[in-house]
Design a binder for this molecule. Sequence first.
Ligand code: NAD
Length: 253
Amino acid sequence: MDKKVFVSAGGSGIGRCIAEAFLKNGDQVFVCDINAESLAQFKQDFPQLHTYSCDLAQPDAIQDMFQQVVHTFGHLDVLVNNTGISGPTVAAEDLNLEDWNAVLNLNLNSTFLMTKLAIPYLKQSIGGSIINLSSIAGRLGYPYRLAYSTSKWGIVGFTKTLSMELGIDNIRVNAILPGAVDGERVQHVLQARADLANISLEQATQNALNNQSLKYFVDPKHIADLCVFLTSESGRSISGQILPIDGDKQYLN
Ligand SMILES: NC(=O)c1ccc[n+]([C@@H]2O[C@H](COP(=O)([O-])OP(=O)(O)OC[C@H]3O[C@@H](n4cnc5c(N)ncnc54)[C@H](O)[C@@H]3O)[C@@H](O)[C@H]2O)c1
């Protein structure tokens, strides 16, 4: 049976990949994003997609958007909390409160609010599912990314606790912790590291791969496949799990 799936910040990147996987699975998908252009492009490629442009840093915007989700779907089977910004790469003593708050607000507060609004509609599903995007930075420490790492460890506690609260309603809650994912974001991180250390991009890439078992970055499609699996009949006994998908990375630097 097709599912009603919501993906936050799904206009591009990993979120779009996840949304595409559900669309290709025959599910009904609603995505929101701050970038109206990327949403329009996505809808052009998949006309059946439901889109909504909003800034998830604004609680009122989330409330308005969620009314549209409910109006479109009635109930919800799958909530993918994909939203997440990294914030600045600086030493803790140089991190200002404004940047700290911006990261925690988007990564944690918006995820909380989305989930709070979604729970009554997930309860109407025969088997609801919540997937939260954490990060390897939610499993390991991440120097110079204090706010990001703190928020992603927060997502782990959020996931474990919600799983315990919602199991009685047959709602599963899991977290996916990607490592370095092939794409624009990682290229920017690597280029910044190369610039800082005065080395080439190739050397920075090699350094990043040295500390993981598999010598390639994560394909975002593999994260999307994991989402589809977790929400399928085959994944119906999996809840409260913290699932790294990172080529077995040993540390972050
Ligand atoms: N890319 C990686 O290597 C990586 C690794 C680990 C975890 N993650 C996590 O996976 C998730 C997706 O990562 P990504 O790399 O695809 O992200 P991204 O930086 O590519 O951004 C994804 C989308 O978020 C949207 N967005 C940004 N601010 C927004 C706002 N205020 N309101 C609404 N939408 C907004 C952007 O427009 C974009 O379409 C995040 O939670 C991230 O922390 C990513």
